[in-house]
Design a protein around this ligand. Structure first.
Ligand SMILES: *Cc1c(COP(=O)(O)O)cnc(C)c1O
Length: 443
């Protein structure tokens, strides 16, 4: 290939030969060749032929400040010239310590102990292990069952998949997975929070003594298709789990870092009553480095931490990853936190309002159902969308300079925090035009 100019198709061809793409049936990818992206700037991605696309889903929800952000890049470059990496067993470094201190402070000290990993699924594994192992250390080894919500998503390693209820990801591996309890999930479209809560309470009453933890995606179940519920539901789940002596794990891998209107989604549960209302574990990843480097974190309480405190090595939490606490990634995360210290949440409120205003007319579209929004997440369902809607929408959107991947029949936006009135109107128009293309061609 050397010598010939790179075109979208030439790079896509080489990619299909050599790269096994994630979340992709490769036989289908022949018909939907990957876009060859050459560079990014702000919310825009540029393909190999110079066309641009608005990254409406922040590249799987990670690029909070778009692409090639100068401030994040400068922080990473500074760290690169100082100390890119050192192992975190037997050593420590300023970026990791500072990041852990700052995140703990954002929970009012309720979750003051931070364990580092490199991806979301690993953070889920760590929380499950810490929950079980802390109980075991305290003489409660019987607590080895986990509870997750219907359609919940927590990652795709074997342990994380066991608490994930998304059939396309899970079914093939089902024989390998530990058995978790799956309970009804609250869904604003169904108005079923009371029933969902009653189902959880029944399970806790029956099996509570055997359950280590309940894991939830606070406020918005992302991969389920942006399924939303109220802070009241979460407050009741916290009370019920506390009463049953069961840990609560808040997976904020998608909803953390300002996405839903507060830095942690959980802050909306009951800000006035910190720290009593915090979960036992909060997980972050995705947006925490703004799409620069892989990093995930598990924040937990003094009580969990102290359960491992012993002269006996086997009672310690020996879990390790080669890149745990990577200094470059921590430096990037500190630069992300700087944005929040400098008023990012107020900016996001204005941006969320701009999105709401621009998309409001879409509610009147004959095929649009349940237009919903929480902070910087906006979604709607499409009625009778026809075969392969998601794929057709994705392809049609490219022609409107939009990069977007619906989940099933649900179109959603999780854009970078770079939305002004003009960007909001561009997005609303591009989404509406794409929708009409796709529905008219299906008809
Ligand atoms: C993406 C995601 C994960 C998994 O994170 P990976 O980095 O992809 O392993 C877990 N939980 C939630 C809620 C997520 O959105």
């Amino acid at each position: 290939m050397a010598g010939s100019p790179t075109t979208n198709l030439s790079l896509a061809r080489r990619s299909l030969d050599a790269v096994w793409h994630p979340c992709t049936q490769m036989a289908r990818a022949e018909h939907v060749p990957p876009l060859a992206i050459a560079r990014g700037e702000g919310p825009w991605l540029y393909d190999a032929e110079g066309r641009r696309y608005f990254d409406a889903n922040s590249s799987w929800w990670v690029n909070l400040f778009g692409h090639a952000d100068a401030g994040l890049n400068a922080a990473v470059k500074r760290q690169l010239d100082t100390l890119p990496h050192v192992m975190l067993a037997g050593c420590t470094h300023e970026p990791a310590v500072r990041l852990a201190e700052r995140l703990g402070a954002r929970t009012g000290g309720a979750l003051g102990h931070v364990f580092f990993a490199s991806d979301g699924a690993s953070a889920v594994e760590i929380a499950l292990k810490q929950s079980f192992h802390s109980g075991r250390n305290l003489g409660q080894a019987d607590r080895r069952e986990f509870v997750c919500l219907r359609n919940g998503y927590h990652g795709e390693t074997i342990g994380a998949l066991a608490v994930t209820d998304v059939a396309v990801f899970r079914d093939a591996y089902d024989p390998l997975l530990m058995r978790a309890h799956i309970v009804e999930s609250p869904d604003s479209r169904l108005d079923n929070e009371a029933e969902a809560l009653a189902a959880l309470r029944r399970l806790l009453a029956e099996r509570g003594a055997h359950i280590a933890a309940v894991i939830v995606e606070p406020l918005v179940q992302g991969a389920a298709g942006m399924v939303m519920h109220s802070p009241d539901y979460l407050r009741a789940v916290r009370a019920a789990t506390r009463e049953a002596g069961v840990h609560l794990i808040a997976d904020e891998i998608a909803v953390g870092c300002g996405r839903t209107g507060s830095f942690f989604a959980w802050e909306q549960v009951d800000a006035a009553h910190w720290p009593a209302h915090w979960p036992d574990f909060v997980l972050l990843s995705k947006g925490i480095t703004g799409g620069t480097l892989p990093l995930s974190l598990v924040l937990t309480t003094d009580a969990v931490y102290r359960a491992f405190w012993s002269e006996d090595a086997a009672r310690g939490f020996l879990h390790s990853h080669s890149y745990t606490g990577n200094a470059l990634a921590c430096a990037a995360a500190n630069a992300v936190l700087d944005r929040f210290d400098a008023g990012q949440l107020e900016a996001n409120r204005a941006q969320a309002a701009a999105l709401a205003e621009a998309f409001a007319p879409l509610a009147a579209h004959g095929r649009v159902r349940h237009l919903r929004q929480r902070g910087m997440i906006l979604a709607f369902d499409v009625e009778a969308p026809g075969e392969r809607f998601s794929e057709r929408f994705h392809l049609a959107a490219r022609r409107h300079a939009l990069l977007i991947r619906p989940i099933g029949d649900t179109v959603y936006l999780m854009p970078p925090y770079l939305i002004d009135a003009e960007a909001a109107h561009f997005l609303a128009e591009a989404v509406a035009a794409t929708l009409d293309d796709v529905l008219n061609r299906a008809a």
